[in-house]
Design a protein around this ligand. Structure first.
Ligand code: GUN
Length: 291
């Protein structure tokens, strides 16, 4: 029997704990605040940010949302970040990625006060993660660690293959997996679009984490019997639905679940965890800044 991990249920449990912490902080006069900035008219980005704002409301976090014209200057975005850096109501700042091409994304990430960088994307926080002195774990990889923990999947000594090398998921995920820490201590391989024989790598893996953004690229024949498969993909593919598209993961769920012992669905797997861990980091940020 294949176990399908219910990310929604696990995320709800984490969000309940986060709500308790937020209420505790509020009793002490500190309402955690998360500022989000959207500088894009991409529908998926709009949806993600509105889900993050709704999660704030539901968790007792003050959500402050700014939408900037995608044509606005980089300076406008940097000034908005400066305002949030200086605003004591704001403990966490999230600039939804990607930003438009005319904006230097690295300059944006570096402008966020590292103490308010609840994404964990600032070079200072990336450095801390790599050296095992973590402040804020990036939300999606952290959420995956929580899913593995909830499903009782041990990583120590296991072969893990991460497919995808993005700064948001692939690289931080690999860093967490090799750390000397719970849900770390794995022998980790990072594969990407230039990997010669991907199937050869994934077939040796006890744990496959698919985060390449390519619909259904990981199929059952690429997996070993009894493995764990975590699907980070959220791809919109054309379909005759009301919205004109459907969401498809990076994993071909049906064939993969014939091989895997444990698998995450799309939607309802990793997605809800990303938001839960963002709320977690925001409350942590409020606690660090008020303590
Ligand atoms: N775009 C896709 N995922 C993320 C994320 O976790 N944080 C931000 N800021 N942008 C994203």
């Amino acid at each position: 029997m294949t176990t399908i991990i219910d990310g929604k249920e696990i995320a709800d449990r984490i969000r309940a704990d986060v709500s308790d912490c937020a209420a505790h902080l509020a009793d002490e006069g500190v309402t955690p605040g998360l500022a989000t900035v959207l500088m894009s008219d991409d529908g998926a980005s709009e949806t993600y940010v509105s889900m993050k704002q709704r999660a704030c409301e539901e968790t007792g976090i003050e959500g402050i949302h700014r939408v900037l014209d995608p044509e606005a200057s980089a300076e406008t975005l940097l000034r908005q970040i400066d305002d949030f850096n200086d605003d004591p109501r704001v403990h966490g700042i999230l600039v939804q990625m990607p930003v438009p091409d005319h904006v230097d994304s690295q300059a944006v990430l570096e402008r966020v006060d590292p103490m308010k960088d609840v994404d964990g994307f600032h070079p200072e926080n990336v450095g801390r993660l790599v050296t095992g002195n973590t402040r804020y774990k990036p939300c999606t990889p952290h959420g995956i660690q929580k899913l593995l923990e909830a499903a009782d999947i041990e990583t120590e000594g296991k072969d893990a293959v991460v497919v995808g090398r993005s700064d948001i998921v692939g690289k931080p995920m690999a860093n967490l997996l090799v750390q000397k820490a719970p849900r770390g201590n794995a022998t980790t391989t990072v594969c990407h679009s230039r990997t010669d024989d991907l199937a050869e790598k994934t077939r040796t893996a006890d744990i496959v984490i698919a985060a390449a953004g390519v619909p259904e690229m990981i199929t059952g024949d690429m997996l070993s019997e009894g493995c764990t498969v975590i699907d980070v993909g959220v791809n919109r593919v054309d379909a005759e639905t009301e919205k004109g598209y459907e969401l498809v993961g990076d994993v071909a769920f049906e064939s993969a679940s014939e091989k895997a012992d444990v698998i995450t669905p799309v939607p309802g797997g990793v997605g809800p965890m990303t938001i839960a861990m963002l709320m977690y980091n925001t409350v942590k940020a409020a606690s660090l800044q008020s303590g």
